[in-house]
Design a protein around this ligand. Sequence first.
Ligand SMILES: [Fe+2]
Length: 141
Amino acid sequence: MTGVDVARSWDPKLKIDVAAIDAQHEGLFDRFDTFVEAASARDHGAVRREASDALAFLARFVDEHFGDEELAMAESGYPDLERHRELHRAFTRELAGLVERHRVQGATPSFLLALANLFESWLTLHISQVDQRLGEFLRGR
Ligand SMILES: [Fe+2]
């Protein structure tokens, strides 16, 4: 583990030293900050717009981002690739479920909570922990 266990804002300590992936991670934290700002302003119209924008952003983002990470793992011979890839698949399925839920129900309070939870688990569990193990491996080669 690095010194960052749980991060909710981008911290350069989270870098795994692959420039494209680090930039994507930073972009994800920024997106979450924007979402939280809109939510804490208690402006329902702004929250709905931001939720919809964030969802579209994530839907575009996952394929490229997970693809880049999985390529870095494959090229470096990362031993935990399969387990890591399965976590990516689980996120992708969860996101697809949210996209469908949003299409059917719109930005209900429970949808907004589910979106916030998806973001949080991605940032605090995945980027701050699972991806860090990849970073340590890449640095240790
Ligand atoms: Fe990952």
